[in-house]
Design a protein. Structure first.
Length: 201
């Protein structure tokens, strides 16, 4: 009788092990992240054909309005040289975009300076694909939230998120990705690491 129960317990264990081995043996699918951060035919920093530091406001608005990913564009510059442009995402936008959050870009001197996209990617995804950033900054604030920023300067993008202490592991936190004119990160005297995020808590 004990042998019967042992065999009965052994079968689901074997099946579970086979499933887990199958899952672990699958290669990590990073094509969406590569497609977003390293697009072909558009030199970084670039998103949807809009290049930070090169594309004019007029050109950016036309590209956004022509995109099937975008449902509505709001240009708040109103003739000013600098300001923000916001847009809503359509149902055609990729699933990795957080559609509840508007896309936005900031322009100065009528040239796009930065583009910010809220995504469903987590911090661990970018580290798995692109390795450690060139620079990390942890900025505690008066609120319980802490701003984390990572600079991938050579690749032309940054990563941001507000971290609520002990809410989840930072590597599982959803990120905002920024495409912007390259900053002289060598001039940053203060440098942090992910461990400093825990210390700040």
């Amino acid at each position: 009788m004990p042998r019967f129960y042992l065999r009965l317990a052994l079968l689901p264990t074997i099946l579970l092990t086979v499933v887990l081995i199958g899952i672990r043996s699958q290669p990590y699918d990073d094509h969406e992240l590569h497609e977003l951060l390293l697009p072909t035919g558009c030199a970084a920093p670039c998103f949807m054909g809009i290049q930070a530091g090169i594309t004019t406001v007029e050109e950016a608005v036309k590209l956004l309005e022509a995109s099937e990913w975008v449902s509505k564009v709001a240009n708040e510059m109103a003739g000013n040289n600098s300001g923000f442009i916001y847009w809503n995402w359509s149902n055609q936008a990729p699933t990795w975009i957080s559609k509840n959050d508007k896309g936005k870009l900031y322009a100065t001197d009528k040239i796009v300076y930065s583009i910010l996209i809220d995504t469903r990617f987590v911090l661990g995804d970018t580290r798995l694909v692109f390795g450690l950033p060139n620079l990390e900054i942890v900025e505690p604030s008066q609120s319980p939230n802490i701003l984390y920023t990572a600079y991938y300067d050579q690749l032309g993008f940054t990563i941001h998120f507000w971290y609520l202490c002990h809410s989840s592991h930072p590597l599982l936190h959803k990120i905002r990705i920024g495409f912007s004119v390259s900053l002289p990160i060598d001039n940053f005297l203060h440098r942090d690491s992910l461990n400093d995020l825990f210390r700040a808590c």
